[in-house]
Design a protein around this ligand. Structure first.
Ligand SMILES: [Zn+2]
Length: 324
């Protein structure tokens, strides 16, 4: 796991704020009830003295410490019982003075049994998804709703897609900073490349990695903006494509290929390769078309360093439209 520092810090801060708010509100409930009922006020006043009484007992030598502590413990038990009776008498729930934490498991500390609590993992994944560029696709395209039945009418296509699905799921499970192959997803339009790469990106985010997803067209537009339009103090739009731990480029080949985009692509692919950072590239182009469209340096990286998966089948999007 390697959440982006700024995101981790911001999530941790919001957890701390929530916990403090829950405690403040609980104190406020206690204060209000003490103001309203004098018997409750007496109990609360004595309970709040417990820590002081323990300290006094420890420094007072007249009786043995154990004996004094036992007395205090007994008195504390009586007071809690009394509080419980009073809450019932005045019609309040037994946990009325307990802080209402968002997560009961970790009391909004973000840690449970020495590990990061699931609530914090979920919140981090939510925030990492927000900055990933996946947008609404993250909910729409998951491994769970990838429907193999669209490939049913051709056994070899079905087997191929089942194989790819299994490989991509395994990729997510084993993804780490060290174990992170780059993948090239080839195949014609509508064969499921976008769906599976979105599903993969979301699943890698859930495992705690920094993922960026975008179309080739948008990525090159960001590079262009940075180079020609960006004001001096404006943050870079293209930096994230280098920084993230997994970059997914959708639809490579649909952009307007020119000298500028070619040089950006080579720089991006090569820098990430040299830094040991993974990429997933989707393209409708065949190996042959990739070779003609991009220069040799790019092609040799794509052909040499990326694991290819060839998506087969007719346009599933068309099939879905016809079947619905
Ligand atoms: Zn929790």
């Amino acid at each position: 796991m390697s959440y982006r520092d700024d995101i981790y810090i911001s999530v941790k801060r919001s957890f701390d704020e929530n916990a403090q708010k829950a405690r403040r509100e609980a104190d406020e409930r206690r204060r209000r009830l003490s103001e309203k009922y004098s018997d409750m006020a007496e109990v609360e006043a004595e309970l709040s003295q417990t820590a002081l009484s323990v300290f006094k007992a420890a420094t007072d030598g007249r009786a043995s410490l154990d004996e004094k502590l036992a007395q205090l413990k007994e008195r504390n038990r009586e007071l809690l019982l009394r509080r419980s009776e009073l809450l019932q008498k005045y019609g309040y729930p037994q946990d009325y003075f307990m802080p209402e934490y968002g997560c009961k498991k970790c009391s909004d500390t973000g840690t449970f049994e020495g590990k990061m609590c699931i609530c914090m993992k979920n919140e981090l994944a939510k925030r990492m998804t927000q900055i990933s560029g996946l947008g609404i696709l993250a909910d729409k395209m998951t491994f769970e709703n990838f429907d193999l039945s669209y490939y049913c009418d051709n056994q070899s296509e079905y087997d191929n897609m089942e194989f790819i699905l299994g490989k991509l799921k395994a990729y997510v499970e084993s993804f780490s900073k060290e174990n992170n192959d780059s993948l090239l997803l080839l195949g014609t339009t509508g064969t499921g490349k976008t769906h599976l790469s979105v599903a993969l990106a979301s699943a890698v985010i859930k495992r705690g990695y920094y993922v960026i997803y975008n179309t080739a067209q948008n990525i090159f537009a960001d590079f262009e903006y940075d180079k020609f339009k960006r004001a001096q103090n404006e943050p870079s739009r293209s930096e994230k494509y280098f920084d993230c731990e997994l970059l997914v480029i959708d639809d490579l080949g649909t952009e307007n290929v020119n000298q500028f985009t070619t040089s950006c692509l080579y720089n991006l692919v090569n820098t990430r390769y040299c830094e040991g950072k993974a990429m997933i590239i989707n393209t409708n182009l065949s190996h042959k078309e990739l070779r003609t469209k991009y220069d040799d340096r790019i092609f040799s990286r794509l052909a040499g360093e990326f694991k290819p998966f060839v998506f087969t089948g007719k346009d599933v999007r068309m099939k879905k439209l016809l079947m619905n």
